[in-house]
Design a binder for this molecule. Sequence first.
Ligand SMILES: CC(C)(COP(=O)(O)OP(=O)(O)OC[C@H]1O[C@@H](n2cnc3c(N)ncnc32)[C@H](O)[C@@H]1OP(=O)(O)O)[C@@H](O)C(=O)NCCC(=O)NCCS
Length: 170
Amino acid sequence: MKSITLRKSFVNDIPGIEELYQRAAVHEGGLARTASEITRDYVEHFVSKSIYSGIEIIAAGDEPGRIVGEIHCYANGIAALSHVLTDLTIAVDPEYQGKGVGRMLFTELLNDVTVNRPDILRVELIARESNLRAISFYESLGFKKEGRLTKRIKRSNGDFEDDLVMGWLR
Ligand SMILES: CC(C)(COP(=O)(O)OP(=O)(O)OC[C@H]1O[C@@H](n2cnc3c(N)ncnc32)[C@H](O)[C@@H]1OP(=O)(O)O)[C@@H](O)C(=O)NCCC(=O)NCCS
């Protein structure tokens, strides 16, 4: 694999992260948003929340300025949920998928929580039920299936599928 560097994100990474999410959203079945729903507002919102209250890590490849993977989660600002990082989302550039980038990003994020965020007891994510490879991947990292959100996802062909809630506990 080409060399990959992991680092925390900065606000000036927003355009590169937006491009990454657009590329990752082209294939239906992973991210909930379509490419046209990956807007600057959406990316600015999660980058600022992650920098302020959560964690965001990006993977940079050999090409200058190109972000090939990103993971983030954040606290939602409610005191009763201040021990929870939520809305976890990960995207890896389709050209780099299946080469270990996703596992590197997740491992780094969970290590950061374990070492640097004693205030965080729980990290949670939602995965669509048909994304079987992603679900087994999350289980291999210690996430457990906790519940089902029935017919939460509407596919482009009009069919519905369930979302699974998964949680990782310190
Ligand atoms: C899911 C995703 C983040 C995995 O990242 P990746 O870099 O491809 O994964 P890795 O190469 O580190 O492999 C980790 C595991 O992910 C699984 N995986 C690999 N490619 C995958 C793909 N295209 N889709 C889903 N899972 C995949 C494998 O089972 C692998 O398990 P293994 O290590 O036991 O072989 C990435 O494929 C992606 O961005 N998909 C599109 C967006 C998406 O689905 N986001 C998650 C929404 S919940």
